[in-house]
Design a protein around this ligand. Structure first.
Ligand code: GNR
Ligand code: NI
Length: 171
């Protein structure tokens, strides 16, 4: 297992559309373990493979609170089904958009069809933070960031600040 570097905006790799996984095998499980370790180290509650530079449709997540048993979840080739009409406003952050948080409106509930760590098909009912997080991660698979749901002014402001920080860090 290894902690991998998390790519940050405006890196163009984050805009790629990730490819479906043909098979859940040991190579993929090794990638998912690296993703989980990287996510715990950051720390974050979810991570899409593209955030460590792998353009494949894989997500890991753990919503367990501090002091609770770890509860890792693995989603391969996830699909969102039946998003609810009722919406939910939730404050979001992203490991690829460091130190910026804002509220995003998304369907409050949805179902998720996916393959688990063993390649077995699963159907999950999601609401609350789980629904928010899975939709945030699904966006990453399409090259979309949560700041894309905000006003252009806010988005440009954040991206400008990140660019400046990266320029200063490179000096
Ligand atoms: O760690 C994370 N927290 C979070 C909070 C609210 C909504 C979504 C998230 S996901 C984020 C980690 C991340 O960037 N995943 O892509
Ligand atoms: Ni994110």
């Amino acid at each position: 297992m290894a902690i991998r570097q998390i790519i940050t905006a405006p890196d163009p790799r984050l805009r790629q559309v990730s490819k479906p996984v043909p098979e859940v095998n040991d190579d993929l499980r090794a990638l998912m373990k690296d993703m989980l370790e990287t996510m715990y180290d950051a720390p974050g509650i979810g991570l899409a493979a593209i955030q460590i530079g792998e353009p494949v449709r894989v997500i890991v997540m753990d919503l367990a609170g501090e002091g609770e048993e770890p509860a890792p979840r693995y989603f391969v080739n996830p699909e969102i089904l039946d998003p609810s009409d009722d919406m939910n406003l939730h404050e979001e952050g992203c490991l690829s958009v460091p130190e910026f948080y804002d509220e995003v409106e998304r369907p409050a509930k949805c179902r998720v069809k996916y393959l688990d760590f063993d390649g077995k098909e699963q159907l999950l009912e999601a609401e609350g933070l789980l629904a928010t997080c899975i939709q945030h991660e699904m966006d990453h698979l399409e090259g979309v960031l949560f700041i894309d749901h905000l006003s252009r002014l806010k988005r440009e402001r954040v991206l400008k600040k990140l660019k400046k920080e990266q320029r200063l860090a490179a000096e």
